[in-house]
Design a protein. Structure first.
Length: 202
């Protein structure tokens, strides 16, 4: 993941295979489809869909998610909420949970490796999948713990992307995201910039 693009709402390019009632966002879909093709060829992309309230960002993302799934991409969703009380990393928790729902414990263990107990600190569902969870060792500072978590999630996503034709993560309503979630989003592009054949598009 080494390129960032903001897409503003202006139509034009033809993308086939979309819902018949989805109109007026051909340009945005064209950009997103190009990002997916880049990811499938090994060049991950970070794409931000930008626009005012009610302009159709979520609908565009949903249409793209359906298209990406048809192309064989694994799609994980996370959504931010305006209400107070949203736990830290909430959109990422939702994205990881959407992966867990479709996998057995052996697949999860293979994808997460030794980082499973670290990720379980924010996604307790992981501990429920394994009979004897072992908590990770204590670290001296919150900064070290945060880096360990970010590294564990990065490794997990790399493993998942290697097991799929491509991996698409969609974080909806990101303007309501908590600071830890945004810090993780900032961390990931650098971690994915290393030469590899991993595919990840957002």
């Amino acid at each position: 993941m080494d390129e960032r693009h903001s897409i503003t709402q202006e139509p034009d390019e033809i993308v086939t295979g979309l819902s018949s009632d989805f109109v007026g966002r051909q340009r945005e879909m064209g950009e997103l489809v190009t990002a997916l093709e880049d990811a499938r060829s090994g060049q991950g992309r970070l794409v931000m869909l930008v626009g005012g309230p009610g302009i159709g960002k979520t609908r565009t993302a949903e249409e793209f998610a359906a298209y990406a799934q048809e192309q064989g991409s694994l799609v994980l969703w996370g959504r931010c909420h305006e209400q107070q009380g949203m736990p830290p990393f909430w959109p990422w928790v939702q994205a990881i949970r959407s992966y867990l729902r479709e996998r057995d414990p052996d697949q999860v263990r293979s994808s997460m490796g030794p980082g499973a107990s670290v990720i379980a600190e924010i996604v307790p569902d992981i501990d429920e999948m394994f009979p004897d969870p072992k908590p990770p060792p204590e670290l001296e500072s919150p900064e070290q713990a945060r880096f360990r978590l970010f590294d564990a999630i990065t490794t997990f996503l790399k493993n998942v992307s290697a097991q799929s034709s491509s991996l698409t993560i969609i974080l909806d309503n990101l303007h309501w995201a908590d600071k830890p979630s945004l810090l993780l989003l900032e961390f990931l592009p650098g971690a994915f910039r290393q030469p590899s054949h991993d595919h990840w598009d957002l």
